[in-house]
Write a protein that binds this ligand. Structure first.
Ligand code: ADP
Length: 633
């Protein structure tokens, strides 16, 4: 190796050391944070886990020690029946009491863990609501979210409780076993012959300990290797499982999906996809299964051979009078317990180290900063009273998308102006309003409100500037009034007025519980199912109730009958008299009343103008108009 190569290798090693140290530092910080987090969420969780660990470690020894005592007493010609009876009673009593206490402690711990689990799930859900809209659509971020929520108790922050418990239990087991091992070595075979001398020889004891260590170390080594193998495949094997869960959740748990599933016999198709994902999972995980089978075969073989040796050694010492027959049970039991204790300790430490990544993923997800600048400028009443929006050469691409959904968009619109956006599917209309409402930020260009970049305004105040009905609006499983007001405390009269203006007045009068009517059946058997058109009217009412300065309506009447549509547009116009509004609509006849129509095509504004001007121009709008007009003709 040349001098330069040596230097480079040394630098690389130093860098690796620094990065490993930094990683370890960061991990220990996250671990401390996780422990504080758990202790804060549930102060009793660690004390109870430790108590449970002590009970579980001590429990097997009750059986071992008392059974050994009973056997010794039985083998003694001068045995006392009353002593035997007392010991048997103690054995049964302690066994019963110990089991009951452990069951009770276990149940209590389950409750505490469940409470923390719900808190974790809520924190993850809240983060998802609060993060930038564009981030929430990012497939990588969604995958991370699924990784956190899928593991429940076995990975992540909550797994620490089991790990602390496991370590403590293992330490107590090892402590008790070592005391018994020492006692075993102190017990000397009696007699003058060579076998007794051999059994008492220090070299035999050392050999025994070496073999014990070898058996334990080999089983730990095997388990480490197996887990490492699994861990390596985790990220790829988790993907199909997460997708299966998503598919099952989205297809089977939503009652409304039942129609399409039945009509298109989609059950077979979905089952096929689930089978394919299951197959993909098995293909990913199969090598790890095979590896585990191979490795555990040798480990179990060695362990059983060693058990045989233990029985021979302990039995021989008993034959040579080192201890009574009852102690055979005690000392063979102790070796098994010692092995179990050490293996558990190593397994738990290994789990703990592997779990660091999941703890880190959890906090990294919660800490993920929003890319959307919060802004500081207030949206003053002056702006609300008189405003103008301007898109200046705006380009936007969704995360992970191959190309931009909008390119070089420039336009202006102001208070009082009614704008219609038309265009073919996928031409960028919805994306345009997402940018206007700051659900996404453009990568290039600027969107200005009264000449100031909208990113400079306080985000929440800016959002309150808009009343919206999105194409994929959500009506929640709440009461009708709560849905319209988007809060639990509301002005009933205003809610009724909004419902009336949205064309829902007649239906409202048929509902016995009025605004207190529970929507949908998930929370109440008496819940009312709404038709598509009725749901849309409720969404429009919500938009009207908010009464923001600017209205954004993405195909708000797509599910309405023509009479209801005409009626709503009339009321909406009345309502939005001096507001600004953007309507996206495929029914060009309803764009008539707008001051300006913008025609989108492949992410660009292809043409804009009044209805008459666009018809005159004979472009895309004309073609769309003629295509629709022929049906009316
Ligand atoms: P329109 O409202 O005109 O039907 P959209 O604005 O919804 O069109 O979509 C414009 C383009 O952006 C389409 O090609 C669509 O596939 C793409 N798109 C929309 N939403 C996303 C998303 N969340 N991620 C990636 N691409 C998207």
């Amino acid at each position: 190796m040349s001098k330069a190569d040596k230097k480079a290798a040394k630098r690389q090693a130093q860098e690796a050391e620094v990065s490993a140290a930094a990683k370890a530092g960061a991990a220990s910080k996250q671990m401390k944070r996780a422990i504080v987090y758990l202790a804060k969420e549930s102060p009793g969780i660690f004390p109870l886990a430790l108590l449970q660990a002590v009970m579980e470690a001590a429990y097997p020894y009750i059986g071992i020690l008392l059974s050994a005592g009973i056997l010794t007493e039985l083998a003694d010609p001068g045995r006392s029946m009353s002593h035997l009876f007392r010991m048997a009673l103690l054995l049964v009593g302690l066994n019963f009491l110990g089991r009951r206490m452990m069951d009770f402690g276990g149940q209590l711990l389950d409750v505490l863990q469940y409470t923390v689990l719900k808190h974790i799930e809520r924190a993850v859900a809240e983060k998802a609501w609060k993060m930038d809209y564009a981030m929430s659509a990012d497939p990588k971020i969604n995958e991370t979210k699924q990784r956190i929520t899928r593991w429940h108790y076995s990975r992540g922050v909550l797994a620490l409780v089991g790990q602390v418990r496991g370590v403590f239990q293992a330490l107590v087991t090892i402590g008790i076993s070592i005391a018994l091992v020492a006692e075993f070595f102190r017990a000397k075979a009696v007699g003058e012959d060579r076998t007794a001398a051999l059994l008492n020889h220090w070299a035999v004891s050392v050999l025994f300990l070496v073999l014990l260590s070898f058996s334990i170390i080999y089983s730990i080594y095997t388990s480490f290797r197996i887990q490492k193998y699994y861990f390596k495949t985790n990220e790829t094997s988790e993907k199909p499982i997460n997708r299966m869960m998503y598919l099952m959740d989205s297809c089977f748990s939503k009652y409304r999906n039942g129609k399409d599933i039945r009509m298109f016999h989609a059950k077979e198709q979905i089952s096929g996809k689930l089978r394919a994902l299951g197959g993909e999972y098995l293909r990913e995980i199969e090598p790890a299964f095979r590896y585990e089978r191979r490795k555990t075969f040798y480990s179990i073989l060695i362990s059983r051979c060693f058990d045989l040796l233990v029985y021979l050694f302990v039995g021989a010492k008993a034959i040579f009078g080192a201890f009574g027959v009852g102690s055979i049970l005690k000392y063979t039991g102790m070796v098994t317990q010692l092995g179990d204790g050490v293996t558990r300790l190593c397994d738990t430490v290994r789990d703990f180290l592997q779990n660091l990544e999941y703890v880190e993923v959890y906090f990294r997800y919660l800490d993920m900063p929003n890319a959307t600048a919060e802004g500081t400028l207030p949206v003053t009443q002056e702006i609300r009273d008189n405003y103008e929006f301007e898109f200046r050469n705006v380009t936007f691409a969704y995360p992970g998308a191959p190309g931009p959904s909008l390119s070089g968009i420039s336009c202006r619109f102001r208070k009082g102006e009614k704008i219609a956006i038309v265009g073919r599917n996928g031409s960028g209309k919805t994306t345009f309003i997402k940018l206007l409402c700051r659900l996404c930020d453009p990568q290039e260009g600027e969107i200005l409100l009264n000449g100031v970049d909208i990113r400079k305004y306080q985000y929440q105040e800016y959002l309150s500037f808009f009343s919206t009905v999105f194409q994929d609006y959500q009506i929640f499983d709440f009461k009708l009034g709560e849905n319209v007001a988007a809060e639990s405390e509301y002005d009933g009269e205003r809610v009724k007025e909004a419902l009336e203006n949205a064309g829902f007045g007649e239906r409202l009068r048929t509902l016995a519980d009025g605004l207190d009517t529970q929507l949908f059946k998930r929370f109440s058997e008496d819940g009312v199912e709404l038709s598509g058109g009725e749901s849309q009217k409720v969404a429009i009412a919500r938009c009207l109730y908010k009464d923001a300065p600017y209205l954004v309506l993405d195909e708000p009447t797509a599910a309405l009958d023509p009479l209801a549509e005409a009626d709503i547009y009339q009321r909406m116009n009345q309502f939005a008299r001096d507001k600004g509004a953007i309507y996206i609509s495929h029914r060009l006849s309803s764009c008539h009343f707008c001051n300006r129509i913008m025609v989108f095509e492949e992410g660009r504004i292809a043409e804009q103008g009044s209805h008459e001007e666009l018809l005159e121009a004979g472009g895309l709008y004309r073609r769309l108009w003629d295509a629709q007009a022929q049906y009316y003709a």
